[in-house]
Design a protein around this ligand. Structure first.
Ligand code: G3P
Length: 216
């Protein structure tokens, strides 16, 4: 399973990208709003750092408007993938963009039925929102497992991005179930990196070494 960063913060992306595990980035209007910068500028900066798919989301809700916005975003860089919400208008836009060779990521997906529609309409990625399913007291991992099973059974040419990730455990479960990608907020990536036993072990190695140096 690949790891994408779910953020629009360029400094966070720069810092994490150096560690070598980041294969792409996803953004959304809420994440961009936090940065208080022009969206196009942010996307240009991200594409200069990351070699891999960078998802940029449309704001219009009608198909012609989404397609028009998508064309402008796609012109920023060949790695830009257009995030389109899974609505009837969104499916029309995904279908049209496929004919123009513009890659799409169907977003705000909460069921295997929605994921199947997006894949059939021509989306390159689908993004089931795990955390938000759990927030509604439903079980997100069974939704993800259904999507993985259906896509594999019918050999659908569409990658599954586990999104709305809330914990390191959810990342591991998404990998176990067979998601192609998990898009992970920076805070959760930090939690994945750090472990208290690693810190304790490092401290013990340092102390043992320093003690041994004194008796040389
Ligand atoms: O990638 C989608 C993600 O940004 C949504 O996450 O935490 O707002 O549900 P969240």
């Amino acid at each position: 399973m690949q790891l994408f960063m779910d953020t629009a913060n360029v400094e966070e992306i720069r810092r994490m990208y150096e560690m070598g595990f980041v294969s792409g980035v996803t953004t959304n209007p809420s994440l961009v709003a936090r940065e208080k910068q022009d969206y196009t500028d942010i996307l240009r900066q991200i594409t200069a750092i990351v070699e891999g798919p960078i998802s940029a989301e449309v704001l219009k809700e009608d198909a012609p408007g989404m397609v028009e916005e998508a064309r402008k975003l796609a012109a920023i860089h060949p790695n830009i993938v257009i995030k389109i919400p899974l609505t009837a208008e969104g499916l029309k836009a995904i279908h049209q963009l496929k004919t123009e060779n513009i890659a799409t990521n169907a977003t705000l997906i909460f069921s295997a039925a929605q994921a199947l529609l997006a894949a059939r309409a021509g989306a390159r990625f689908v993004s089931p929102f795990l955390g938000r399913v759990d927030d509604m007291s439903n079980e997100s991992l069974s939704v993800l497992a259904d999507i993985v099973d259906v896509f594999a059974l019918h050999d659908l040419n569409c990658q599954i991005i586990a999104a709305s990730i809330r914990s390191p455990w959810q990342v591991v479960e998404a990998a176990r179930i067979g998601a192609d990608i998990a898009t992970v907020p920076t805070k959760i990536l930090e939690q994945m990196i750090h472990h208290p036993l690693t810190d304790i072990g490092l401290e013990r190695f340092r102390k043992d070494w320093e003690e041994a140096q004194k008796s040389l």
